[in-house]
Design a protein around this ligand. Structure first.
Ligand code: GLA
Length: 389
């Protein structure tokens, strides 16, 4: 259905001739392990069945033409492979262009341009990684179109992160691109970001569903507060390294941290580090609990994660706090927390299937009463990684 409409739109905008190929990359949601990925800690995300579709055709010149069915008002955007402007581009082609630029940097030539049509069914700015999804779908397209088959999905994840860091100016960790590139249906990915070792863990939630509540408070390109949190963690680590030989905050147990935390001179940086250390421990424990089928206890760790992100990491804000606090009051909620970078975006709640409808009504009402506009709700499934369709 989506693909038929996209094909029609592609033909209208760019013509029907030639070798036209279609690709998909999912979005992601993180179950737990927030703001740990740039601290050498663990994360536990999964890919979703919603994501980004791309139709592309290689050109015989260096032009790039982009059209997004999500931003129809922007029309066809023309650019070229001779016009890369890292850190300066503010509209969506910055993501596919960043990947092309990255491929070139890494020694994988992109000599010919493309006509590209995009459609995403991840709500934009919802914190479900629409940007990493666009990076990944572009990487998979470039690999296929140019026959760079030696590139693995992990390479594509690393290129996506490189592109986001260096072309789009967000110093993100590897979680989003890894979760998307390595997604596996019905499985979450337990990833150690210090060495990229990972295992798939069946996302068995018994009679429960994953419900995402979108605050509809948008985050945008180049979020400065994200980079600031990262800098605060780096400052805390530098202080700690004066008294202990340790590679990252993720390498510390909470007991070790408590012993040496006074080495961190700035109160704010100490709180940020505390979150990173405890959240990493919670993530490792959460995976054990999920594997053991202890869903109730797993849910409690999700709640603790939110409290820590609210009080110590300070990335929630009234919108996400309202959604989570309303969720905690609902019947059948196993756990609820903000997910992703924060400052807006989504919360994730694990909700008994029979209570999902009432959950949406109750949380929706409380949110609109307090915030003044509506939240959106998505009951999501855990899907596979990227593919040529
Ligand atoms: C964003 C970043 C990730 C990660 C999360 C917070 O999604 O892209 O690398 O840091 O925030 O956990």
């Amino acid at each position: 259905m989506i693909q038929t409409e996209m094909k029609k739109c592609f033909e209208e905008k760019f013509g029907a001739e030639g070798d036209i190929r279609t690709y998909f990359a999912p979005g992601r949601v993180n179950l737990i392990g927030e703001h740990t990925d740039y601290n050498g800690g663990h994360v536990f995300p999964c890919a979703l069945t919603i994501g980004t579709y791309m139709i592309a055709r290689k050109r015989d010149d260096r032009k790039l033409r982009f059209y997004s069915m999500n931003f129809e008002n922007l029309g066809v955007i023309e650019s070229s492979l001779d016009d890369f402007r890292p850190a300066e581009e503010k509209i969506w082609p910055a993501y596919p262009k960043g990947m092309m630029w990255t491929f070139e940097k890494k020694g994988y030539a992109v000599p010919f341009g493309f006509d590209i049509l995009l459609y995403g069914n991840i709500p934009n700015g919802s914190g479900l990684s629409s940007s990493a999804s666009v990076e990944t779908v572009t990487g998979v397209m470039l690999r296929d179109m140019y026959g760079y088959n030696e590139l693995t999905n992990i390479d594509i994840a690393l290129y996506g992160q490189y592109s986001e860091n260096n072309y789009n100016g967000v110093n993100c960790g590897i979680m989003d691109q890894f979760a998307i590139s390595m997604g596996k249906k019905d499985n979450a990915i337990f990833l150690d970001t210090s060495n990229l070792e990972y295992v798939y863990v069946p996302c068995e939630l018994k009679d429960c569903k994953i419900v995402l509540s979108s605050s509809n408070k948008k985050r945008g390109l180049g979020d400065s507060k994200y980079n600031q949190r990262r800098a605060e963690c780096e400052q805390a680590l530098a202080d700690i390294q004066k008294v202990k030989d340790v590679k990252s905050l993720g390498a510390l147990t909470s007991a070790e941290f408590e012993d040496i935390k006074d080495a961190v001179t700035d109160d704010i940086c100490r709180k940020r580090a505390k979150h990173a250390v405890y959240e990493n421990e919670r993530t490792v424990l959460a995976v054990e609990l999920l594997k053991a089928g202890k869903l109730e206890e797993f849910g409690k760790l999700l709640n603790q994660s939110h409290v820590s992100l609210r009080d110590d990491y300070e990335v929630t804000g009234i919108e996400l706090d309202t959604l989570v606090e309303a969720a905690w009051e609902c019947e059948g909620v196993i756990g609820s927390r903000m997910t992703g970078a924060g400052f807006g975006g989504c919360t994730i709640s694990i909700v008994k299937e029979e209570n999902v409808q009432a959950f949406i009504e109750n949380v929706g009402k409380k949110y609109e009463d307090k915030i003044g506009y509506a939240a959106d709700f998505y009951v999501v499934d855990v899907g596979d990684g990227p593919a040529r369709l």
